[in-house]
Write a protein that binds this ligand. Structure first.
Ligand code: FMN
Length: 392
């Protein structure tokens, strides 16, 4: 297989490290697309336990749970993210499970306590995804104030600082605008492993405020689905913010993957998903996400220019273009890696079947292409970033 041309020079990744893979845990009903197409994916625990074991045996490093308290984009039924994540951790041996949490609905000290227990029970495999929120109705239903966009990020940043302090320090103190911690010593703390000093902290959000916050406090930044230019533009900003803080932030990219033996088959699946979209739910979701980046002063952020088709996969997953044969997809994945992507977060239509197909047909090709990456590029990227371990 031939390698695609290297694009943007700006990369925060070390090309020498293997690309990592995560999957979206289908812990809400209706699957990952808001469509009436048949989806052989189940949101229940039995299905998810089988999926988690299958995923760790098919090259997946991480699973990401969703936090949702009430219906939107379909998703009428939902399992709670932290408890479901812990159940998946206990059912697996190597998979790291990332629990999505909303600052504003958790006290960081209480979440730190939960995280320490989950990390102890799973021998260091717990992680969190701090999501600042877009769904105002959920906060209203729970009787919590809905903050203006950039204030949500100010709160999330304080939340992450508190979490890290409680996880790593004795007598933690924080006199914040949103949270207070007084002389608090967590016992036991989460594991401090050679890979990372505390559970990894991911964040969702692509607005200007999200990028700035990532550079200052997050370990990982998650992007919604994007083409090459969309990724490069974000990596540049996040990296500038991280450089200013003397930190390294890793970059994860969402993509909905449709791999079939022929490109025509894969494209037909996409066409059918969109043709059978649940129009009412997609429009409702489109209206709700105006509370996200579009409500910020500069109007930049997730879903700012999403079309109807984009929103059918509610994290713009079709835009990443991981649709085609195993060879086409593997080449595109490695092209993203060369632009600085460290992790791909994947969603599928029929999870059990497609995770197995991915592990058997796509991943080996990705690893082959990674091994072919030119030495000069590896050295250049390696010199530009700090070493392999995930420690800040
Ligand atoms: C990978 C990823 C996962 C997310 N998961 C959730 C989630 O589980 N629940 C939720 O309410 N929001 C989730 N979000 C959305 C964020 O809460 C946030 O509203 C969104 O990223 C918009 O941010 P922005 O305004 O900074 O662009 C997620 C975002 C990303 C990128």
């Amino acid at each position: 297989m031939s390698l695609p041309p290297a694009a943007s020079p700006s990369s925060s990744s070390s090309l020498a490290e293997p690309l990592r893979f995560a999957y979206w845990v289908p812990n809400v009903s209706g699957g990952l697309v808001t469509s009436k197409i048949e989806q052989r994916t189940d949101w229940g625990y039995d299905y998810n336990r089988e999926l988690a074991v299958l995923a760790e045996n098919n090259g997946f490093d991480y699973a990401l749970s969703q936090v949702r308290y009430m219906a939107s984009y379909g998703a009428e039924y939902q399992h709670e993210s932290t408890s479901f994540s812990l159940a998946l951790l206990l059912a697996t041996e190597r998979l790291k499970v990332i629990a999505a949490v909303h600052p504003g609905l958790w006290h960081p000290g209480v979440l730190a306590k939960l995280g320490a227990t989950a990390d102890q029970l799973s021998h260091g495999r717990f992680a969190v995804n701090v999501v600042s929120g877009w769904f105002k109705d959920e906060f209203t239903a729970l009787g919590e104030p809905w903050l203006e966009h950039d204030e949500r990020y100010r709160r999330s940043e304080e939340f992450i600082r508190a979490l890290r302090a409680v996880w790593t320090e004795d007598h933690a103190e924080l006199a914040g605008d949103f949270y207070r911690i007084r002389d608090f010593s967590l016992k036991p703390k989460p594991l401090n492993t050679p890979e990372r000093p505390h559970p990894e902290i991911f964040q969702g959000g692509n607005s200007t405020a999200a990028r700035a916050m990532a550079g200052r406090v997050s370990d990982w930044y998650f992007s919604n689905g994007k083409d090459f230019d969309g990724v490069t533009e974000q990596i540049r900003d996040v990296r500038a913010s991280a450089d200013a803080a003397g930190r390294r932030v890793r970059f994860g990219l969402n993509g909905f993957l449709i791999a079939r033996d022929t490109e025509a088959e894969a494209r037909e699946v996409l066409r059918e998903i969109v043709a059978k979209a649940d129009t009412e739910a997609v429009h409702g979701f489109g209206a709700a996400v105006r509370q996200a980046g579009r409500s910020a002063a500069d109007g930049k952020g997730m879903w700012q220019d999403s079309s109807f088709e984009d929103l059918v996969q509610y994290n713009d997953g079709f835009r990443t273009g991981l649709i085609g044969t195993p060879e086409q997809i593997a080449e595109r994945i490695v092209a993203y890696k060369r632009r600085g992507v460290d992790l791909l977060l994947l969603g599928f239509l029929h999870y059990l079947e497609e995770v197995e197909y991915f592990g058997r047909r796509v991943l080996p090709l990705v690893r082959e292409l990674e091994a072919e990456l030119p030495e000069a590029e590896l050295t250049e990227a390696g010199a530009a970033v700090k070493p392999v371990a995930l420690r800040a």
